[in-house]
Ligand binder design. Structure first.
Ligand code: ADE
Length: 239
């Protein structure tokens, strides 16, 4: 999978994706992630990426030209078939991170993980010129009902959730299949414990020390159900 992130703060993106599971996936060549400085796609001396809003009002709006140029150059650089529609093996999405987008979910992560390429646009200021959203962007995505100072942290959230689903990135197939919110489970995870069995008087549930695998399995399923009922009852009605 190829991911290009367009941002005025590439240094926020690069180091965060150099560590851990995603860092290893990049080193193994399973995913090619590049942070692109939006200012590199400007054509004026001062590398200006924003301007005042038509109609007035506070705050600046991100100009369309550099963003269009960035996407067009990335498509050219990444090769032919760049714009093929979803469903074909060369599908690519242009994802705009914005609080106005539809809410990101595991199902969206699965859909993006099947794409060959993603271009992720990070908004700043009051937002992005609407003509970008209308004509260039295939998906407007929010990571939740709160407003951040820009799309960089949301982009990292989306990329992390998507890349770990790319085959080979997470070693043990089980651990992706058993995720909370995995499409087939739809339940929260059960509680996990490690040694010591007694930590400052806090005991691990006996069943987990029993060696009875059937009992352990039953207990875990029960815990998933109880937790989901208590913490996220909205998930139970979803399927
Ligand atoms: N930019 C600012 N806040 C955001 C959010 N919650 N999701 C996506 N992009 C954003």
């Amino acid at each position: 999978m190829i991911v290009d992130v367009v941002t005025i703060f590439p240094q926020m993106i690069e180091p965060a994706l150099a560590e851990g599971v995603i860092g290893r996936a990049r080193a193994k060549g399973l995913v090619d992630v590049k942070a692109r400085d939006l200012r590199d796609y400007t054509s004026d001396k001062h590398r200006v990426v924003d301007d005042v809003a038509f109609g007035g009002g506070p705050g600046m709006v991100m100009k369309p030209e550099p963003i269009f140029r960035a996407v067009e150059e990335i498509d050219r650089e990444r090769g032919r078939d760049a714009g093929k529609p979803e469903g074909e093996t060369t599908a690519r999405a242009v994802v705009l991170m914005t609080p106005q987008g539809r809410q990101f979910s595991q199902a969206e992560a699965v859909r993006f993980s099947r794409m060959e390429r993603l271009i992720v646009l990070c908004g700043r200021y009051e937002g992005v010129d609407e003509r970008v959203a209308e004509t260039l962007v295939t998906d407007e995505i929010s990571i939740g009902d709160y407003v951040l100072t820009g799309g960089e942290l949301p982009a990292l959230v989306v990329i992390d959730a998507v890349v770990r689903l790319v085959p080979g990135v997470v070693g043990d197939k089980e651990s992706v299949a058993n995720d909370s919110f995995a499409e087939d489970a739809g339940l929260l995870d059960f509680p996990h414990y490690t040694r010591p069995a007694d930590f400052r008087g806090l005991k691990v549930p006996d069943v987990l020390l029993s060696g009875h695998h059937k009992e352990i399995e039953r207990w875990r399923r029960e815990q998933q159900r109880l937790r989901t009922e208590k913490r996220r009852p909205d998930l139970l009605g979803r399927k």
